[in-house]
Design a protein around this ligand. Structure first.
Ligand code: C6P
Length: 416
């Protein structure tokens, strides 16, 4: 992704007007208007998403794929229409390649336990990078314990950029899978995923992309990327919690065994054995989060109306503005200064613990996250226990960042 491509869309982005679509942004917190800058953790929900969920429960609540009655038909249609919304949004070839899961974490665990257990053995290697979220580390460690496979890590440099020469060198004879974040949640680094995929494919190695921090901030086209798996969570894309997506190429999903057994994933069951349903249902055992999927469909429609290209350009402009403001604060060090970055401002301030910073900001109605961001190896690399992190969404404005900077100046004056 080259953000500069989107420069033409930067003008006149209607963030102030869009704020009105998000009821929670109208409320005050601790006596101040809310400046919500914790979007990498979860985004707020527009009225359209809230309405779509509540309409489902008010008007068509029923179980899907099972009932012969009208309500069940309507619920099934709405659920499958949401799948089509997702397919279109990430440009998958067919809805059979869109598996609904709880979120990114579950999607990656599904691939580890189904694809991984079926295809990896002792001495085989899985290649990840030094900037991964725990969700793209621990499932592979579990798989390694189960199969005897080995985890390899391409390190980052001091800007938080993956060392590509090392990545390429680590792609070896025994590499069976590559799993990389599209965007780092702790640093904001945008990985050159297209280049990584090409390098891996040149050696016949499939690639999983963790898109948790990408889909709400940059256009994603899984066919153009050429990835084999792409995982993301609805709740970081203005949709409800508890719903997410695993995209997988049909040929791979077809060959993979189910990972959970239960209703809806089977074609036939007898005490002698069972056969499996068609894709994507083979991977969707049990009653799914129907309202969540419908809410995700509504969130995608909202994003498409705003225009993902426009959002990418606008957030990048905000990132530049926020970076300029923060770097003027005495004693503040940015963690994550890669050339290609998404809207994440991670930082530490001399003499102040990130949690204390978070508390001071909260007292001013400014919501950020403080901690290791489920990326402990990143913290270890930079030699810090935690960072403070402001993360952007389409409804943030320069005023939110002004308030962040003001509160930080106050904190530095008070405590340093
Ligand atoms: N990062 C953050 O504050 P789930 O929890 O399954 O929706 O997403 C997991 C996940 C996987 N990969 C990346 C790159 C992520 O950022 C996250 C979630 C949140 O940064 C919560 S720790």
């Amino acid at each position: 992704m080259n953000i500069a491509t989107y420069a033409a869309h930067r003008q006149d982005f209607p963030a102030a007007r869009l704020r009105a679509d998000f009821p929670i942004l109208q409320r005050s917190v601790r006596g101040h208007p809310l400046a919500y800058l914790d979007n990498a953790a979860t985004t707020q929900k527009p009225q359209a998403v809230i309405d779509s969920e509540s309409a489902y429960y008010r008007e068509i609540n029923a179980n899907i794929h099972r009932g012969v009655h009208w309500l069940s038909e309507q619920a099934t249609l709405a659920h499958e229409n949401a799948r089509e919304r997702v397919r279109e949004f990430i440009n998958a070839r067919e809805t059979a390649e869109i598996v609904f899961v709880r979120g990114t974490t579950e999607a990656i665990n599904l691939v580890a336990q189904s694809y991984g257990r079926a295809n990896l053995g002792p001495g085989d290697e899985i290649l990840i990078t030094g900037l991964e979220h725990h969700s793209n580390i621990v499932p592979w460690q579990l798989l390694c314990q189960q199969t005897g496979a080995v985890l390899k890590v391409a390190e980052i440099d001091d800007t938080g950029t993956v060392r590509m020469e090392q990545f390429e060198r680590l792609l070896g004879e025994r590499t069976r899978l590559v799993a990389v974040a599209h965007v780092s949640n702790a640093l904001g680094t945008i990985n050159p995923v297209r280049e990584m995929i090409d390098l891996a494919h040149a050696r016949g190695v499939p690639v999983l992309v963790d898109g948790a921090q990408a889909v709400a901030h940059t256009p994603v086209d899984v066919q153009a990327l050429g990835c084999d798996f792409y995982a993301f969570s609805g709740h970081k894309l203005y949709a409800p919690t508890g719903i997410g997506v695993l995209y997988g190429r049909r040929a791979l999903l077809e060959a993979m065994p189910p990972w959970q057994g239960g209703g809806d994933m089977i074609r036939t069951v007898s005490f002698q054995g069972s056969t499996w349903n068609d894709l994507p249902h083979k991977f969707e055992a049990g009653t799914p989060h129907i309202a969540g999927a419908i809410g995700l469909g509504a969130a995608i429609t909202y994003m498409q109306q705003v225009g993902v290209h426009n959002v990418a350009a606008y957030e990048h402009e905000l990132l530049d503005y926020g970076t300029q403001l923060l770097t003027q604060i005495p004693g503040l060090r940015m963690i994550g200064t890669a050339q290609n970055k998404a809207g994440i401002l991670s930082f530490v301030v001399d003499g102040l613990h990130a949690h204390d910073l978070g508390t001071v900001l909260d007292s001013q109605g400014v919501a950020i996250r403080a901690g290791h961001h489920c990326a402990m190896p990143v913290m270890e690399y930079f030699g810090v226990p935690a960072t403070a992190r402001a993360s952007l969404a389409l409804y943030n404005t320069r005023e939110d960042l002004d308030r962040l900077a003001q509160a930080l100046h106050q904190a530095v004056e008070m405590f340093c």
